[in-house]
Design a protein around this ligand. Structure first.
Ligand code: SF4
Length: 458
């Protein structure tokens, strides 16, 4: 996952991009970068780590110009190293191209192989670099035609913000898998992964970029062009369950309210006799609130999160992950002692994190622990940019719910149903990707991925 942000036509472009990335920090904590353009020169600053640590006043002042784009990164393809920091910038004889990408291009390996055979040399191991190579080799007079040609060769998920010789471009794949929205501030156009970035800079939300749409913003204003007329929305439903910020609106729906509806649905489907409802903070908070409201059980914060530790899910290695689980959540013994508790969790991926949390709750004195999960069992990997492990490591791919209950150490375990999850959305269910729950991938996938899915179905 990654967060992307771009702005065209504002005197404080780099500072506003910095703030926008601050709002999107939850989408990636590994690295950050900003590129700006002042009609003469392109400037760039990038660093491993968090937005707060990467920039100071002097650096931001050096990023001159009224156009800027930025990126916070969590790697799903390409390693977590400095050379893979985005925006990826290339200067060539006709100008410059910079790109910030969220998603996963599933045919990247094939395109890359073809290009390398034809003499291209890649500088990074990121799939995003392919877009730059495709654009650089096209010879259309109008850059908009090059964009359509280059982007239509890609399969998989991409929401991108690009800078092409000063023009700002935003585009989404034809399924609209990852979010991207458009806003306006003091006459300047803004593009961002989530609306929380617009809110922070007081930009007005205009609309989402449509699936299969390219918006080109330059001195002539904004022009919308179609990448393809064949679109079928397959928005990632996991953005609601876990990834996006609760104060954002994604695909036209508010994330906080959606999480509450998921919790309420879970309470209707799987009620339980208990004393209190508690979330696994922070991502389980609002589903737990919805569960408590619907069931009439009191809501309690049974665990407190240490906010100085990053999100467990987006750490790149298992070694770091285990350490972070231990330091992140502390139970409140006086709340839990002798109680029958319902724990609302947003998802169970490997099961190991849930198991260590349940152990902590038992040690704190909980009498019964019933877990309710606000998404169905995750049985298949994501090929579109969310870092689920391989099928083998996903606990629900090979174990029944009862086996998972025993592995995690629970008195009872229930997941929301697929239908119940989809009914909790405002958009119709067929507008979402649900492939990690039912293996129905919306896009064509390369042979190797298809082989994995067939093996998983056996
Ligand atoms: Fe989202 Fe799951 Fe689809 Fe990946 S497979 S895009 S996580 S719904």
């Amino acid at each position: 996952m990654c967060g992307i942000f771009g702005i065209y036509g504002h005197k404080d472009a780099a500072s506003l991009t910095y703030l926008g990335l601050y709002a999107l920090q939850h989408r990636g904590e590994e690295s950050v970068g900003i590129v700006s353009y002042d009609k003469k020169r392109v400037k760039q600053h990038q660093s491993m780590g968090l937005v707060n640590d990467a920039f100071d006043e002097k650096t931001l002042k050096s990023l001159k110009g009224s156009t800027a784009l930025g990126h916070v990164r969590y790697s799903t393809t390409g390693s977590s190293t400095a050379k893979n920091i985005q925006p990826f910038l290339v200067k060539h004889k006709k100008g410059h191209i910079a790109i910030a990408h969220n998603g996963n291009i599933t045919n990247a390996a094939d395109i890359c192989q073809e290009m390398e055979d034809a003499g291209s040399i890649f500088q990074t191991t990121m799939d995003s670099e392919i877009i730059v190579h495709l654009l650089a080799k096209l010879r259309y007079k109008d850059y908009k035609e090059s964009l359509v040609d280059a982007l239509s060769q890609l399969q998989g998920a991409f929401s991108v913000v690009m800078m092409l010789n000063g023009a700002l471009i935003g585009a989404r794949d034809s399924f609209g898998i990852r979010p991207l929205c458009l806003g306006k501030l003091d006459g300047a156009y803004v593009l961002a992964s989530e609306t929380c970035a617009l809110d922070l800079i007081h930009a007005k939300y205009i609309r989402d970029i449509k699936p299969g749409e390219i918006v080109c913003i330059d001195k002539n204003g904004l022009k919308s062009i179609r990448l393809t007329n064949k679109t079928r929305s397959a928005h990632c439903i996991f953005e609601f369950i876990y990834f996006s910020r609760p104060d954002s609106d994604i695909y036209g729906e508010n994330v906080y309210l959606t999480r509450k509806r998921l919790g309420a649905q879970l309470a209707k489907e799987s009620p339980v006799k208990a004393d209190i409802v508690m979330p696994i903070p922070d991502s389980g908070n609002y589903a737990a609130l919805g569960f408590a409201e619907e069931s009439g059980l009191p809501f309690e914060a049974g665990m407190i999160r240490n906010h100085y530790v990053g999100r467990t899910f987006i750490q790149p290695t298992q070694h770091i992950r285990d350490f972070r689980v231990r330091v992140k959540l502390n139970p409140i013994k006086n709340v839990l002692k002798g109680k029958r508790i319902v724990v609302v969790e947003d998802s169970i991926v490997r099961g190991t994190t849930s198991r260590s949390r349940v152990k902590t709750l038992r040690e704190a004195g909980a009498k019964e622990i019933h877990m309710r999960v606000s998404c169905p069992p995750i049985i298949s990997p994501c090929y579109y940019g969310i870092d689920f492990p391989t099928e083998k490591e996903l606990i629900a791919s090979k174990r029944t719910v009862r086996q998972i209950r025993d592995f995690v150490g629970l008195d009872s375990l229930k997941y929301i149903s697929l239908d119940g999850m989809l009914e909790s959305m405002l958009l119709p269910g067929d507008k979402f990707c649900t492939a990690c729950f039912n293996r129905k991938y919306p896009t064509v996938l390369p042979k190797q991925f298809r082989k994995n899915i067939l093996e998983g179905e056996k």
